[in-house]
Design a protein. Structure first.
Length: 230
């Protein structure tokens, strides 16, 4: 209970500071009409990988901002896999199903390095819902950095059969982008990986709560009094 209170206090303090200066929290990846997640019908999951959205309809690079700030929480929309699906994914990717956030610093040729990583959260109790996880410590996001979803095992947080204007990148080996059994998840700060694997017609079903840093304000200058000779 004490830990939960501390987490909520951090989020409240950051949110209050942003709103006080005219800034508001931003929900990365949130769209007005999100697609339906797969499972139990046509049940598919994402496994052992780190990925991020590069296009959601007309919105491009939805998990990147030009403003420095902190990510304080994230949500995942989870399908409801059948028992047979759960057994299949556990054997293929390991258990329990988990998800966490990673902050990525962009480099050259679609290479990204992890600069921040959250703990992994167990998803087992939340199938068929959209849980929100508050981070024990906010993750710093600098201008141009990307907030990605890391799945150490597997997560039924995947929408498929969408339009060509839905796209995401993954940390898989660019020579084997279709090999879903790769252990490609970035789970350690400082890890570097190529994100040349681009996938269309699918969406990773996560959002992240971003609090912009307060803007620095310049106090008004006081005009100098004119002095004259008497």
């Amino acid at each position: 209970m004490k830990r939960l209170v501390a987490i909520l206090t951090i989020i409240g303090a950051l949110t209050g500071a942003a709103i006080a200066l005219g800034d508001h929290p931003i929900e990365f990846g949130q769209t007005s009409q999100p697609p339906a997640v797969s499972c139990p019908a046509n049940c598919q999951a994402v496994g052992q990988v780190t990925g991020f959205e590069v296009q959601q309809g007309t919105s491009k690079n939805p998990f990147t901002r030009k403003r420095r700030g902190k990510v304080v929480a994230f949500s995942v929309t989870l399908g409801k896999p059948k028992a047979s699906d759960i057994n299949f994914f556990n054997k293929l990717f390991g258990s329990p199903p988990q998800a966490q956030l990673a902050v990525l610093k962009p480099g050259t040729k679609n290479r990204y390095r992890v600069t921040g990583i959250s703990p992994a959260f167990d998803l087992s109790k939340y199938f068929g819902s959209t849980p929100t996880f508050a981070l024990p410590r906010p993750l710093t996001v600098k201008p141009g950095y990307v907030v990605a979803l890391t799945v150490p095992t597997w997560a039924p947080a995947f929408a498929v059969n969408l339009g060509n204007d839905e796209a995401w990148r993954s940390s898989r080996d660019p020579q084997h982008c279709d090999d879903v059994q790769q252990k490609a998840a970035q789970v350690t700060r400082g890890q570097l990986a190529s994100y040349q694997c681009l996938y269309r017609t699918a969406r990773l079903m996560y959002t992240a709560t971003f609090i912009p840093d307060p803007r620095v304000t310049t106090p008004p200058t006081t005009p100098k009094k004119k002095t004259g000779s008497g």
